[in-house]
Design a binder for this molecule. Sequence first.
Ligand code: FES
Length: 147
Amino acid sequence: MKNFEPEIVAFCCHYCAYTAADMAGSKRISYPPNIKIIRVPCTGKVDAIHIMKAFEKGADGVYIAGCLEGDCHFKNGNIRAKYRVEKVQKVLDDLGWEKQRLAIINMSAGMGERFAQTALEFTQTIKQLGPSPIKIINTDKSQLEVS
Ligand code: FES
């Protein structure tokens, strides 16, 4: 897949990663356009079903970006998100997917550079992994329907 451009969903906490993305923009630090940001009030609100729905809807990779540990505005939402991500990674692994397709990242609102660097690194990781297994299955199905 030489020209593969992954679709990546980033669930970003309003108080940190979303603001960091904004800061990256105002500092004119570019990051790959593959990242589709979904603002959430806290990463603790991102449930396993939201992650799996993103994959079902065509995401090749998903990451959750939340406040630094100890800085969550809702006490421990980012810790809950971390455990949730670990559980979903286990499910992905059980399904035979690469668990690197899902990640959790912590940053503060002032870390515009970190946001951009993370977006770049995650995009590169997903490019190396290729399209999500769901996309491959759907492509195979559509080829069957055409022929
Ligand atoms: Fe940012 Fe909870 S408020 S992760």
